[in-house]
Design a protein. Structure first.
Length: 647
């Protein structure tokens, strides 16, 4: 069968960090005879060459090419392209890994939309990745109508016929930003670029030893020399005007201005900061006209103007002020309604941990000229934020803790100006109500089992900041049995941030402490009021387990109570299958259609006799922790009574 995808992996001394990459490539859902994996060993001196040779000997999908060290990833990728047999070529770094269905989904998506380049959703594990690009699927995208330029890492799937037709290859040798040159040209010359955003395809991982190539300190002169080559590509394939300015703005913003801001700049040694600033100043003056910086956000325009004016000391002083700018976000309400969790969040910018204030009435400032000093810059930013508060946004993002994959939730935003002092200044407070549907909250797919963290994301005045949403004073609701899952909103310890536990809570549900009531068996039917939310009549499973580990599974129903947030459990007790004396523990399975249903333990026990379970009130079991507390309390009371008698 023809090879659909060739995966090219440049390799140099990855050590143990290649194992997750290898495992993810061999787990792919694409049939084994429809893809190949080409490892190009760039002169590794560790145990990797032998490891890869052994892998290739065992698995026909895998081949290894060994070569002398070339100094960087460009040549190994080009060697891989030359050896590739696939319709598409996928580039993967040796310390990253793929989602299990990445190749299949990206290939099908690329074929369906006749794409030359397919960009799959990324998740950053300890490192940043584009976010806005992956809000929605973009089956037909270009640099003119999508923020493609935000994603310039090489981790894309590219049609091999497109590579051959254009002769597009990576720059080779010991150099930086070879991926920017390659990807920028691919975007500009492709007939179509397809962006797949509803499945995390690529996990961009920061190694715990910090030795990823992209995190190593670089030589500013060489780095910005290589950066000029990427700018050359843009100028070669675009005409002067707004589109070119917008594309060039990406490098001004990401590779220059952002390196001169806040803690990122202050963390660098003084000599490196000065050298970095010198090279950035040269590129800004040499390559960017006024239209490039004009499209930046206000805070970025200030830094760009100071860099263009060669004002290093003011850049450092502004970075010191900006390093104190933060974000706070607090929940103001969390409740189940209509099968979804509705989360109300309030967020605002802070300075040194206290809410920032802004002028209540100030003219809109101009950023055409550099600020006189830092105080002038701060004053302009305050007026700008107040004047354009209507453009500020607040999103609630659910981030899967295991993978770091972010998923935007549907959000309705309101904005409030809160007067302070004499009313001459205001706090700018953003409020949002997000709707979290467990059946589709993961970019249209159900939430997977595990922990999910609620993250507030604010874009305002040039700042894009994220913080965990802290649980406010309002009580959190009971766990919900929704879309075949048990979803528990809870506050993390010790920080008190809002998270969701999906199907993993077990003891954390604390159903016994919340009060299981009116538990009875009447005419062979078990009925109980449970502190759980159900959106409607919900089919569940009950697993009855005896002390000898015998288990009986029966269907049941959870129905919401009209008078409150609890649900009524109803199930037939199969007397004929519950034999002998003993106690049967009760477990609740939220997904009766699952091949291997998962069960949450309920604090219930059915006592049986030879005739089965009689009509009776069912015993409510306490958790071991509660039982220990009860025993301790009894001991204390017993000692107190004895002491009293002794007196």
């Amino acid at each position: 069968m023809p090879v659909k995808v060739s995966v090219v992996v440049p390799v140099y001394n990855p050590g143990r960090y290649i194992e997750e990459c290898v495992a993810s490539l061999l787990r792919q859902s694409l049939p084994p005879d429809e893809y190949e994996v080409i490892f190009v060993d760039d002169g590794s001196t560790d145990e990797t060459p032998a490891r890869l040779d052994a892998l290739a000997a065992e698995d026909p999908r895998v081949s290894v090419i060994h070569q002398e060290n070339s100094g960087w990833s460009g040549k190994p990728r080009n060697v891989g392209i030359a050896a590739a047999r696939g319709e598409f070529v996928m580039f993967v770094d040796h310390d990253d890994h793929l989602g299990d269905e990445a190749l299949e989904r990206m290939y099908d998506y690329g074929v369906a939309h006749d794409a030359d380049v397919v960009v799959g959703k990324m998740a950053g594990q300890g490192r940043g990745v584009p976010v806005e690009l992956f809000r929605v699927n973009r089956p037909r995208a270009s640099v003119a109508d999508a923020p493609l330029i935000d994603s310039l890492t090489p981790h894309k799937m590219v049609r091999r016929a497109f590579l051959d037709r254009t002769g597009l290859r990576f720059p080779e040798g010991r150099r930086r930003l070879e991926d920017h040159v390659f990807v920028a040209e691919a975007y500009l010359r492709a007939d179509n670029v397809a962006v797949l955003s509803d499945y995390v395809c690529y996990y961009h991982t920061r190694r715990d030893d910090g030795s990823n190539a992209g995190f190593q300190r670089f030589d500013p002169a060489g780095y910005f020399g290589n950066l000029r080559e990427a700018l050359d590509v843009v100028e070669r394939y675009t005409e002067p005007g707004p589109l070119r300015d917008r594309l060039l703005r990406r490098w001004l913003r990401n590779e220059m201005v952002e390196r001169l801001r806040g803690r990122r700049l202050l963390a660098a040694p003084e000599d490196f900061r000065r050298e970095l600033f010198k090279e950035i100043h040269a590129v800004v003056v040499e390559r960017f006209g006024p239209g490039v910086a004009a499209g930046l956000q206000p805070v970025q325009r200030i830094v760009a103007a100071l860099a263009a004016a060669d004002r290093y000391d003011d850049v450092v002083a502004f970075a010191e002020w900006e390093s104190a700018v933060g974000l706070t976000a607090t929940t103001e309400g969390v409740e189940w309604r209509d099968g979804a969790l509705h989360v109300e969040v309030a967020a605002e910018l802070t300075l040194d941990g206290t809410p920032m204030t802004f002028p209540a009435d100030a003219p809109e400032p101009s950023f055409d000229e550099p600020p006189r000093d830092v105080a002038d810059a701060v004053e302009r930013l305050g007026a700008e934020n107040a004047a354009h508060f209507d453009k500020a946004t607040l999103d609630l993002v659910l981030r899967e803790r295991a993978s770091s994959a972010p998923h935007f939730q549907p959000t309705r935003v309101t904005r409030e100006r809160v007067p302070v002092d004499d009313g001459s200044r205001v706090r700018l407070v953003l409020r949002a109500t997000a709707t979290v549907d467990p059946g589709g909250a993961a970019s249209g797919r159900p939430l997977a089992a595990g922990a999910w963290d609620a993250v507030a994301r604010v874009r305002m005045g040039g700042w894009t900041k994220e913080t965990r949403a802290a649980v406010g004073t309002t009580a959190l609701p009971y766990a919900g049995v929704v879309a075949g899952h048990v979803v528990l909103p809870y506050a993390t310890s010790p920080h008190g941030n809002l998270s969701l536990d999906v199907d993993q809570a077990r003891g954390r549900l604390r159903l016994d402490r919340n009060g299981v009531s009116d538990v009875r068996v009447v005419k062979g039917r078990l009925r109980a009021r449970l502190p759980l939310y159900a959106p409607g009549a919900t089919e569940v499973l009950l697993r009855l387990t005896a002390s000898g580990k015998r288990a009986v599974t029966v269907p049941g129903t959870l129905s919401p109570m009209p008078s409150g947030p609890r649900a009524v459990l109803d199930a037939v007790v199969p007397n004929g299958r519950l034999t002998g004396d003993g106690s049967w523990r009760v477990g609740l399975g939220p997904d009766p259609r699952a091949d291997e249903p998962q069960f949450v333990s309920l604090p219930l026990a059915l006592r049986t006799a030879p005739g089965g379970v009689r009509d009776r009130v069912v015993r409510v079991r306490r958790s071991p922790g509660v039982r220990r507390l009860v025993r301790r309390a009894r001991r204390v009371l017993g000692r107190a009574k004895a002491w009293t008698k002794g007196k």
